[in-house]
Design a binder for this molecule. Structure first.
Ligand code: ZN
Length: 245
């Protein structure tokens, strides 16, 4: 059930039965020469929409921009400032609360979004807003990481991972016709976070973070996407059962 395809009359009818909405959240940022700039929102949207279909719940339009300042050393990256990201997350939640939604769940595809979104949740609770606000980052779920380890062993890394690249390869095969596939070295860095754009580029010159995106395959994408959908759906079902105070 996609919010973008509904009328307000249909949303009113939905709210009589249910009070949950999923909001896919990603980024527009470099994913090395091997991966798509849209990787994080493409994956988050795919997970959220399939979960929405299986649980028959509403999925809002995807937020395709996130907090990606550390990737700004690479062309094509677009970032919201940390303050803007907090405000955007807050305003999205407040809009849904105003209409009577009580469980707002961000399905997230990008690590940089987690802290600002959680800050927005804290701010909303400080303002005494009622409701359940959650962010589920599919790539951090232990069940998903186990599948990734089985397939890629210690080569998944932290950015431009063969896992996320496999999912986008499955979903957008055409876009990979122009991407490289040769192997490169994986350098392990012991760096601090957060990093500025210059520090990031110094530590990770081609935009990968200890990953081997050339290992990506559509068939792996299918397995990982299914595990992500299964696990996120389980978490969302738990959220639907939680008692509202
Ligand atoms: Zn990513």
């Amino acid at each position: 059930m996609l919010l973008e395809n509904m009328s307000y009359v249909e949303v009113e009818a939905y709210l009589i039965e249910k009070d949950i909405v999923l909001v896919p959240l990603g980024s527009t940022e470099q994913h090395s020469p091997y991966g798509l700039i849209g990787t994080d929102f493409i994956t988050a949207e795919a997970v959220a929409r399939e979960v929405g279909k299986r649980l028959d719940i509403l999925v809002a339009p995807t937020l395709c921009y996130g907090m990606s300042q550390h990737h700004m050393g690479f062309k094509g990256t677009v970032t919201l400032s940390p303050e803007t990201m907090v405000s955007v997350a807050r305003d999205i939640v407040v809009s849904f609360l105003d209409h009577g939604f009580k469980r707002i769940v961000f399905i997230n595809g990008h690590g940089g979004n987690i802290e600002p979104v959680k800050t927005a949740f804290s701010q909303l609770k400080y303002e005494n807003r009622k409701g359940i606000f959650e962010i589920i980052s599919w790539f951090l779920l232990p069940e998903v990481q186990e599948v990734e380890r089985d397939i890629f062993e210690d080569k998944n890394g932290y950015h431009a991972t063969p896992s996320e690249v496999s999912i986008t390869k499955l979903l957008r095969p055409e876009a990979f016709k122009t991407k490289p596939s040769e192997k490169k070295r994986i350098t392990r860095n012991n760096v601090y976070f957060p990093l500025s754009r210059e520090e990031f580029k110094q530590a990770y010159p081609d935009g990968r973070m200890e990953s081997a995106p050339w290992l990506a395959k559509e068939k792996y994408g299918k397995l990982i996407l299914e595990e992500a959908v299964r696990t996120v759906a389980h978490r969302v079902r738990e959220i639907m059962k939680m008692k509202l105070l």
